[in-house]
Design a protein around this ligand. Structure first.
Ligand code: AMP
Ligand code: MG
Length: 405
Protein backbone atom coordinates (compact mmCIF):
# COMPACT_ATOMS: atom_id res chain seq x y z
CA UNK A 1 0.00 0.00 0.00
CA UNK A 2 1.08 3.55 -0.67
CA UNK A 3 -0.03 6.67 1.14
CA UNK A 4 -2.63 9.00 -0.33
CA UNK A 5 0.04 11.70 -0.62
CA UNK A 6 2.27 9.38 -2.67
CA UNK A 7 -0.66 8.50 -4.92
CA UNK A 8 -1.49 12.19 -5.37
CA UNK A 9 2.14 12.88 -6.34
CA UNK A 10 1.96 10.17 -9.00
CA UNK A 11 -1.41 11.20 -10.38
CA UNK A 12 -1.40 14.99 -10.07
CA UNK A 13 2.34 15.14 -10.75
CA UNK A 14 1.75 13.04 -13.86
CA UNK A 15 -0.64 15.55 -15.43
CA UNK A 16 0.31 18.84 -17.09
CA UNK A 17 -1.74 21.81 -18.28
CA UNK A 18 -3.05 21.38 -21.81
CA UNK A 19 -2.32 23.79 -24.68
CA UNK A 20 -4.05 27.18 -24.29
CA UNK A 21 -6.65 28.42 -26.74
CA UNK A 22 -8.38 31.73 -27.44
CA UNK A 23 -11.67 31.92 -25.59
CA UNK A 24 -14.51 34.41 -25.88
CA UNK A 25 -14.74 36.40 -22.64
CA UNK A 26 -18.37 35.32 -22.20
CA UNK A 27 -17.14 31.71 -21.85
CA UNK A 28 -14.44 32.54 -19.28
CA UNK A 29 -16.37 31.91 -16.07
CA UNK A 30 -14.49 29.29 -14.05
CA UNK A 31 -11.53 29.28 -16.44
CA UNK A 32 -7.91 30.20 -15.92
CA UNK A 33 -6.03 32.74 -18.05
CA UNK A 34 -2.94 31.36 -19.78
CA UNK A 35 -1.31 34.74 -20.46
CA UNK A 36 -1.23 38.05 -18.54
CA UNK A 37 -4.23 40.19 -19.47
CA UNK A 38 -3.06 43.80 -19.93
CA UNK A 39 -5.63 46.57 -20.07
CA UNK A 40 -5.46 48.76 -23.17
CA UNK A 41 -8.19 51.08 -21.93
CA UNK A 42 -9.10 53.00 -18.78
CA UNK A 43 -12.08 52.23 -16.57
CA UNK A 44 -13.78 54.63 -16.20
CA UNK A 45 -12.73 56.00 -19.58
CA UNK A 46 -13.42 59.66 -18.53
CA UNK A 47 -14.17 61.74 -15.42
CA UNK A 48 -17.86 61.34 -14.60
CA UNK A 49 -20.33 61.96 -11.84
CA UNK A 50 -20.95 59.37 -9.12
CA UNK A 51 -24.36 60.81 -8.23
CA UNK A 52 -27.41 62.50 -9.69
CA UNK A 53 -27.09 66.23 -8.94
CA UNK A 54 -25.55 69.46 -10.17
CA UNK A 55 -22.10 69.91 -11.71
CA UNK A 56 -20.64 73.09 -10.20
CA UNK A 57 -17.41 75.04 -9.72
CA UNK A 58 -16.41 74.43 -6.09
CA UNK A 59 -15.08 77.99 -5.85
CA UNK A 60 -18.65 79.29 -6.47
CA UNK A 61 -20.16 77.16 -3.68
CA UNK A 62 -18.10 78.06 -0.62
CA UNK A 63 -21.13 78.26 1.65
CA UNK A 64 -24.70 76.98 1.84
CA UNK A 65 -27.54 78.81 0.08
CA UNK A 66 -25.71 79.88 -3.10
CA UNK A 67 -27.92 80.29 -6.19
CA UNK A 68 -26.66 79.19 -9.62
CA UNK A 69 -27.89 79.41 -13.20
CA UNK A 70 -28.62 75.94 -14.68
CA UNK A 71 -27.34 75.68 -18.27
CA UNK A 72 -28.90 72.32 -19.12
CA UNK A 73 -29.21 68.64 -18.32
CA UNK A 74 -26.43 66.10 -19.02
CA UNK A 75 -27.51 62.45 -19.16
CA UNK A 76 -25.18 59.40 -19.13
CA UNK A 77 -23.82 58.89 -22.62
CA UNK A 78 -24.12 62.58 -23.56
CA UNK A 79 -21.44 65.26 -23.61
CA UNK A 80 -22.27 68.88 -22.76
CA UNK A 81 -21.53 71.32 -25.57
CA UNK A 82 -21.12 74.21 -23.11
CA UNK A 83 -18.65 75.15 -20.39
CA UNK A 84 -19.65 75.89 -16.78
CA UNK A 85 -18.67 79.47 -16.02
CA UNK A 86 -18.81 81.57 -12.86
CA UNK A 87 -22.20 81.31 -11.15
CA UNK A 88 -23.32 78.47 -13.41
CA UNK A 89 -24.17 74.76 -13.03
CA UNK A 90 -25.61 71.86 -15.01
CA UNK A 91 -28.08 69.22 -13.93
CA UNK A 92 -26.17 65.91 -14.30
CA UNK A 93 -27.05 62.20 -14.04
CA UNK A 94 -24.90 59.38 -12.63
CA UNK A 95 -22.28 58.26 -15.16
CA UNK A 96 -22.50 61.40 -17.32
CA UNK A 97 -19.18 63.01 -18.28
CA UNK A 98 -18.23 66.09 -16.30
CA UNK A 99 -18.78 69.27 -18.29
CA UNK A 100 -15.83 71.61 -18.93
CA UNK A 101 -15.30 74.10 -16.14
CA UNK A 102 -17.04 72.09 -13.38
CA UNK A 103 -14.91 70.44 -10.68
CA UNK A 104 -17.49 69.10 -8.21
CA UNK A 105 -20.94 67.57 -8.11
CA UNK A 106 -23.54 68.41 -5.49
CA UNK A 107 -26.05 65.62 -5.02
CA UNK A 108 -29.68 66.34 -5.79
CA UNK A 109 -30.60 65.86 -2.11
CA UNK A 110 -28.42 68.90 -1.24
CA UNK A 111 -30.03 71.22 -3.79
CA UNK A 112 -33.37 73.03 -4.14
CA UNK A 113 -34.65 73.48 -7.67
CA UNK A 114 -36.00 77.03 -7.91
CA UNK A 115 -37.03 77.04 -11.58
CA UNK A 116 -36.11 75.44 -14.90
CA UNK A 117 -32.83 77.31 -14.94
CA UNK A 118 -32.10 78.23 -11.32
CA UNK A 119 -30.94 76.07 -8.41
CA UNK A 120 -30.04 76.76 -4.81
CA UNK A 121 -27.16 74.69 -3.39
CA UNK A 122 -27.62 73.96 0.31
CA UNK A 123 -24.11 72.81 1.18
CA UNK A 124 -20.58 73.97 0.38
CA UNK A 125 -18.85 71.94 -2.36
CA UNK A 126 -15.30 70.53 -2.35
CA UNK A 127 -13.11 70.19 -5.44
CA UNK A 128 -13.42 66.65 -6.83
CA UNK A 129 -16.51 65.86 -4.77
CA UNK A 130 -18.64 62.99 -6.20
CA UNK A 131 -16.44 62.74 -9.29
CA UNK A 132 -15.19 59.34 -10.47
CA UNK A 133 -11.82 59.96 -12.07
CA UNK A 134 -10.64 58.36 -15.30
CA UNK A 135 -8.79 55.09 -14.64
CA UNK A 136 -9.84 54.90 -10.98
CA UNK A 137 -10.81 51.22 -11.42
CA UNK A 138 -8.36 50.06 -14.12
CA UNK A 139 -5.58 51.98 -15.91
CA UNK A 140 -4.38 51.24 -19.45
CA UNK A 141 -1.18 49.22 -19.08
CA UNK A 142 -2.29 47.56 -15.83
CA UNK A 143 -1.92 43.76 -15.66
CA UNK A 144 -5.52 43.09 -14.74
CA UNK A 145 -5.14 39.30 -14.52
CA UNK A 146 -1.87 37.43 -14.18
CA UNK A 147 -1.26 34.07 -15.86
CA UNK A 148 -2.95 31.45 -13.71
CA UNK A 149 -5.74 33.75 -12.48
CA UNK A 150 -9.18 32.18 -12.18
CA UNK A 151 -11.93 34.23 -13.81
CA UNK A 152 -15.25 34.51 -12.02
CA UNK A 153 -18.37 36.37 -13.11
CA UNK A 154 -16.95 39.72 -11.92
CA UNK A 155 -13.81 38.88 -13.87
CA UNK A 156 -15.87 38.48 -17.02
CA UNK A 157 -17.32 41.91 -16.32
CA UNK A 158 -13.81 43.38 -16.03
CA UNK A 159 -12.73 41.69 -19.27
CA UNK A 160 -15.75 43.16 -21.03
CA UNK A 161 -15.05 46.55 -19.41
CA UNK A 162 -11.54 46.73 -20.89
CA UNK A 163 -12.73 45.32 -24.24
CA UNK A 164 -10.75 42.09 -23.83
CA UNK A 165 -13.32 40.10 -25.78
CA UNK A 166 -10.86 37.28 -26.57
CA UNK A 167 -8.62 35.80 -23.91
CA UNK A 168 -5.78 33.29 -24.06
CA UNK A 169 -7.03 30.65 -21.66
CA UNK A 170 -6.95 26.99 -20.81
CA UNK A 171 -9.74 25.13 -22.58
CA UNK A 172 -12.53 23.14 -21.01
CA UNK A 173 -11.20 19.60 -20.95
CA UNK A 174 -13.06 16.97 -22.91
CA UNK A 175 -13.29 14.06 -20.51
CA UNK A 176 -14.52 10.67 -21.66
CA UNK A 177 -16.33 8.62 -19.05
CA UNK A 178 -17.30 4.97 -19.12
CA UNK A 179 -18.49 2.40 -16.66
CA UNK A 180 -17.75 -1.29 -16.90
CA UNK A 181 -19.60 -4.31 -15.59
CA UNK A 182 -21.91 -6.99 -17.01
CA UNK A 183 -24.21 -6.50 -14.03
CA UNK A 184 -25.05 -2.88 -14.77
CA UNK A 185 -28.38 -1.66 -16.13
CA UNK A 186 -28.87 1.96 -17.16
CA UNK A 187 -31.84 1.91 -19.54
CA UNK A 188 -34.62 1.56 -16.97
CA UNK A 189 -35.44 -2.01 -17.95
CA UNK A 190 -36.46 -4.55 -15.34
CA UNK A 191 -33.56 -6.00 -13.36
CA UNK A 192 -32.77 -9.63 -14.18
CA UNK A 193 -31.27 -11.82 -11.45
CA UNK A 194 -27.82 -10.58 -10.54
CA UNK A 195 -28.21 -7.20 -12.17
CA UNK A 196 -28.04 -3.80 -10.48
CA UNK A 197 -28.77 -0.31 -11.66
CA UNK A 198 -25.69 1.68 -12.48
CA UNK A 199 -25.00 4.85 -10.54
CA UNK A 200 -21.35 5.73 -11.13
CA UNK A 201 -21.54 6.77 -14.76
CA UNK A 202 -24.36 9.13 -13.92
CA UNK A 203 -22.73 10.44 -10.74
CA UNK A 204 -19.23 10.83 -12.15
CA UNK A 205 -20.48 12.54 -15.30
CA UNK A 206 -22.03 15.15 -13.02
CA UNK A 207 -18.79 15.44 -11.04
CA UNK A 208 -16.73 15.87 -14.21
CA UNK A 209 -19.11 18.57 -15.41
CA UNK A 210 -18.95 20.28 -12.00
CA UNK A 211 -15.15 20.31 -12.33
CA UNK A 212 -15.63 22.51 -15.41
CA UNK A 213 -15.09 19.84 -18.05
CA UNK A 214 -17.12 18.70 -21.01
CA UNK A 215 -18.28 15.09 -20.60
CA UNK A 216 -18.10 12.55 -23.40
CA UNK A 217 -20.44 9.90 -22.02
CA UNK A 218 -19.48 6.49 -23.43
CA UNK A 219 -22.09 4.62 -21.42
CA UNK A 220 -21.71 1.15 -20.00
CA UNK A 221 -19.18 -1.14 -21.64
CA UNK A 222 -19.64 -4.85 -20.94
CA UNK A 223 -16.71 -6.81 -19.57
CA UNK A 224 -15.48 -7.48 -23.10
CA UNK A 225 -11.84 -6.86 -24.00
CA UNK A 226 -12.27 -6.11 -27.71
CA UNK A 227 -15.15 -3.73 -27.16
CA UNK A 228 -13.39 -1.86 -24.37
CA UNK A 229 -10.12 -1.52 -26.29
CA UNK A 230 -11.86 -0.27 -29.44
CA UNK A 231 -13.89 2.24 -27.43
CA UNK A 232 -10.84 3.61 -25.61
CA UNK A 233 -8.66 3.87 -28.72
CA UNK A 234 -11.41 5.64 -30.61
CA UNK A 235 -12.31 8.17 -27.92
CA UNK A 236 -8.64 8.95 -27.17
CA UNK A 237 -8.47 10.82 -30.48
CA UNK A 238 -11.14 13.27 -29.40
CA UNK A 239 -10.67 13.74 -25.66
CA UNK A 240 -8.13 15.12 -23.16
CA UNK A 241 -8.61 12.56 -20.40
CA UNK A 242 -10.45 9.31 -19.74
CA UNK A 243 -12.23 8.27 -16.55
CA UNK A 244 -13.28 4.66 -16.11
CA UNK A 245 -15.28 3.11 -13.31
CA UNK A 246 -14.96 -0.50 -12.23
CA UNK A 247 -12.57 -3.36 -12.76
CA UNK A 248 -9.44 -2.04 -11.09
CA UNK A 249 -9.63 -4.31 -8.04
CA UNK A 250 -8.33 -7.84 -7.66
CA UNK A 251 -11.30 -9.58 -9.37
CA UNK A 252 -10.92 -12.28 -12.03
CA UNK A 253 -13.08 -10.54 -14.60
CA UNK A 254 -11.28 -7.21 -14.48
CA UNK A 255 -10.98 -6.71 -18.20
CA UNK A 256 -10.26 -3.05 -17.56
CA UNK A 257 -6.99 -4.17 -16.09
CA UNK A 258 -6.08 -6.37 -19.04
CA UNK A 259 -7.00 -3.78 -21.66
CA UNK A 260 -5.49 -0.75 -19.96
CA UNK A 261 -2.24 -2.63 -19.32
CA UNK A 262 -2.07 -3.45 -23.03
CA UNK A 263 -2.80 -0.03 -24.49
CA UNK A 264 -1.46 2.38 -21.86
CA UNK A 265 1.40 2.85 -19.45
CA UNK A 266 -0.36 2.09 -16.19
CA UNK A 267 0.33 2.31 -12.50
CA UNK A 268 -1.86 0.13 -10.32
CA UNK A 269 -2.12 1.47 -6.83
CA UNK A 270 -3.40 0.31 -3.50
CA UNK A 271 -3.78 3.31 -1.21
CA UNK A 272 -3.86 3.32 2.56
CA UNK A 273 -7.33 4.88 2.66
CA UNK A 274 -10.85 3.61 3.19
CA UNK A 275 -12.94 3.58 1.12
CA UNK A 276 -11.23 3.81 -2.30
CA UNK A 277 -8.19 1.60 -1.84
CA UNK A 278 -7.54 0.59 -5.48
CA UNK A 279 -6.78 3.19 -8.12
CA UNK A 280 -5.22 3.03 -11.56
CA UNK A 281 -3.46 5.87 -13.30
CA UNK A 282 -2.12 5.66 -16.80
CA UNK A 283 -0.96 7.51 -19.84
CA UNK A 284 -2.26 6.71 -23.26
CA UNK A 285 -0.46 7.89 -26.42
CA UNK A 286 -2.90 9.14 -29.05
CA UNK A 287 -2.41 8.92 -32.82
CA UNK A 288 -2.06 12.73 -32.95
CA UNK A 289 1.02 12.53 -30.68
CA UNK A 290 -0.66 13.61 -27.44
CA UNK A 291 -0.45 11.71 -24.20
CA UNK A 292 -3.68 11.66 -22.23
CA UNK A 293 -4.23 10.52 -18.67
CA UNK A 294 -6.52 7.66 -17.72
CA UNK A 295 -8.06 7.66 -14.27
CA UNK A 296 -9.18 4.14 -13.40
CA UNK A 297 -11.66 4.40 -10.54
CA UNK A 298 -12.98 1.46 -8.54
CA UNK A 299 -16.56 0.32 -9.09
CA UNK A 300 -17.92 0.63 -5.60
CA UNK A 301 -19.91 3.85 -5.84
CA UNK A 302 -18.53 5.56 -2.74
CA UNK A 303 -14.98 4.52 -3.64
CA UNK A 304 -15.34 5.93 -7.12
CA UNK A 305 -16.73 9.19 -5.77
CA UNK A 306 -13.98 9.59 -3.18
CA UNK A 307 -11.13 8.67 -5.48
CA UNK A 308 -12.46 11.11 -8.07
CA UNK A 309 -12.42 13.82 -5.39
CA UNK A 310 -8.94 12.98 -4.11
CA UNK A 311 -7.10 12.21 -7.34
CA UNK A 312 -8.95 12.84 -10.60
CA UNK A 313 -10.50 16.21 -9.76
CA UNK A 314 -7.24 17.90 -8.68
CA UNK A 315 -5.43 16.45 -11.71
CA UNK A 316 -8.15 17.72 -14.08
CA UNK A 317 -7.96 21.14 -12.42
CA UNK A 318 -4.19 21.21 -12.93
CA UNK A 319 -4.69 20.32 -16.60
CA UNK A 320 -7.04 23.31 -16.90
CA UNK A 321 -4.34 25.63 -15.61
CA UNK A 322 -5.40 25.91 -11.97
CA UNK A 323 -2.44 26.45 -9.66
CA UNK A 324 -4.38 27.26 -6.49
CA UNK A 325 -6.82 25.09 -4.57
CA UNK A 326 -6.25 21.97 -6.64
CA UNK A 327 -7.59 20.09 -3.64
CA UNK A 328 -10.77 20.92 -1.75
CA UNK A 329 -10.19 23.03 1.34
CA UNK A 330 -10.01 21.32 4.71
CA UNK A 331 -11.09 22.72 8.07
CA UNK A 332 -10.62 21.55 11.64
CA UNK A 333 -14.00 20.55 13.01
CA UNK A 334 -15.49 19.34 16.27
CA UNK A 335 -16.82 15.78 16.41
CA UNK A 336 -20.48 15.83 17.57
CA UNK A 337 -21.14 12.06 17.33
CA UNK A 338 -18.57 9.30 17.98
CA UNK A 339 -16.58 8.24 14.90
CA UNK A 340 -15.92 4.56 15.42
CA UNK A 341 -13.31 2.66 13.43
CA UNK A 342 -10.74 -0.11 13.74
CA UNK A 343 -7.00 0.26 13.49
CA UNK A 344 -5.90 -0.87 9.99
CA UNK A 345 -3.11 1.46 8.93
CA UNK A 346 -5.46 3.54 6.77
CA UNK A 347 -7.03 6.99 6.86
CA UNK A 348 -10.79 6.59 6.87
CA UNK A 349 -12.83 9.13 4.93
CA UNK A 350 -16.09 9.36 6.82
CA UNK A 351 -19.10 11.01 5.21
CA UNK A 352 -20.25 13.81 7.47
CA UNK A 353 -22.56 16.77 7.58
CA UNK A 354 -21.03 19.89 9.06
CA UNK A 355 -22.66 23.04 10.41
CA UNK A 356 -21.14 26.07 12.09
CA UNK A 357 -22.15 26.32 15.75
CA UNK A 358 -22.60 29.35 18.02
CA UNK A 359 -18.95 28.87 19.02
CA UNK A 360 -17.93 29.72 15.46
CA UNK A 361 -16.58 26.19 14.95
CA UNK A 362 -17.62 23.63 12.40
CA UNK A 363 -19.40 20.70 14.05
CA UNK A 364 -19.70 17.39 12.21
CA UNK A 365 -21.54 14.12 12.56
CA UNK A 366 -21.71 11.12 10.24
CA UNK A 367 -24.57 10.90 7.74
CA UNK A 368 -25.20 7.16 8.08
CA UNK A 369 -23.68 3.78 7.19
CA UNK A 370 -20.15 4.05 5.85
CA UNK A 371 -19.81 1.01 3.53
CA UNK A 372 -18.21 1.64 0.16
CA UNK A 373 -21.42 0.50 -1.56
CA UNK A 374 -23.65 2.79 0.51
CA UNK A 375 -24.06 5.90 -1.59
CA UNK A 376 -27.19 7.16 0.18
CA UNK A 377 -25.23 8.48 3.16
CA UNK A 378 -22.75 10.08 0.77
CA UNK A 379 -25.53 12.01 -0.88
CA UNK A 380 -26.37 13.62 2.48
CA UNK A 381 -22.78 14.63 3.26
CA UNK A 382 -21.21 18.05 2.74
CA UNK A 383 -17.79 16.90 3.90
CA UNK A 384 -15.43 13.99 4.38
CA UNK A 385 -13.83 13.66 7.79
CA UNK A 386 -10.27 12.33 7.71
CA UNK A 387 -10.41 9.96 10.66
CA UNK A 388 -6.80 9.01 11.43
CA UNK A 389 -5.66 5.44 12.05
CA UNK A 390 -6.59 4.22 15.52
CA UNK A 391 -9.71 3.46 17.51
CA UNK A 392 -11.77 6.37 16.24
CA UNK A 393 -12.74 9.72 17.69
CA UNK A 394 -14.92 10.61 20.66
CA UNK A 395 -17.41 13.44 20.96
CA UNK A 396 -15.59 16.74 21.36
CA UNK A 397 -12.45 15.60 19.53
CA UNK A 398 -11.07 17.62 16.64
CA UNK A 399 -10.99 16.19 13.13
CA UNK A 400 -9.86 17.49 9.77
CA UNK A 401 -12.75 17.74 7.30
CA UNK A 402 -12.52 18.12 3.56
CA UNK A 403 -15.44 20.30 2.52
CA UNK A 404 -17.32 19.07 -0.52
CA UNK A 405 -19.65 22.02 -0.80
P1 AMP B 1 -15.63 -3.59 -9.59
O1 AMP B 1 -14.73 -2.46 -9.20
O2 AMP B 1 -15.93 -3.58 -11.06
O3 AMP B 1 -15.11 -4.90 -9.12
O4 AMP B 1 -17.01 -3.32 -8.87
C1 AMP B 1 -17.09 -3.26 -7.46
C2 AMP B 1 -18.52 -3.15 -7.03
O5 AMP B 1 -19.08 -1.96 -7.53
C3 AMP B 1 -19.42 -4.25 -7.56
O6 AMP B 1 -20.34 -4.57 -6.54
C4 AMP B 1 -20.11 -3.63 -8.73
O7 AMP B 1 -21.36 -4.20 -9.02
C5 AMP B 1 -20.26 -2.21 -8.28
N1 AMP B 1 -20.31 -1.29 -9.41
C6 AMP B 1 -19.43 -1.25 -10.43
N2 AMP B 1 -19.76 -0.30 -11.29
C7 AMP B 1 -20.88 0.28 -10.82
C8 AMP B 1 -21.71 1.35 -11.28
N3 AMP B 1 -21.46 1.99 -12.42
N4 AMP B 1 -22.79 1.70 -10.53
C9 AMP B 1 -23.04 1.04 -9.38
N5 AMP B 1 -22.30 0.04 -8.90
C10 AMP B 1 -21.23 -0.35 -9.61
MG1 MG C 1 -16.82 -4.83 -12.43
Amino acid sequence: MISLVEAQEIVIGGCEPVAPVIVDCQQMSGRVVAQDVVATEFIPPFDNTAVDGFAVRAQDVTNAGIELEVLGVIGAGHVASYEIGAGQAARIMTGAPMPQGADAVVMIEDATVLSANRVQINKPARVGEAIRKIGEDVRAGDVVFKTGALINAAGIGVLAGINARKVMSYPKLRVAMLSTGDELVIDGSELKPGQIRESNLTMLSAMIAATGCEVINLGIIEDDEQKLEATLRDVAQRCDAIVTSGGVGQGDFDVVKIVLSRIAEMQWMQMAIKPAKPFAFGKLATSDARVIPIFGLPGNPVSSMISFELLARPALRKMMGHTKNLMRPTVRAIVDAPMKRKQDGKIHFMRVFGEFGDDGRLHVRDTGPQGSHQLASTALANGLALVPDGQGLAIGAEVEVMMLA
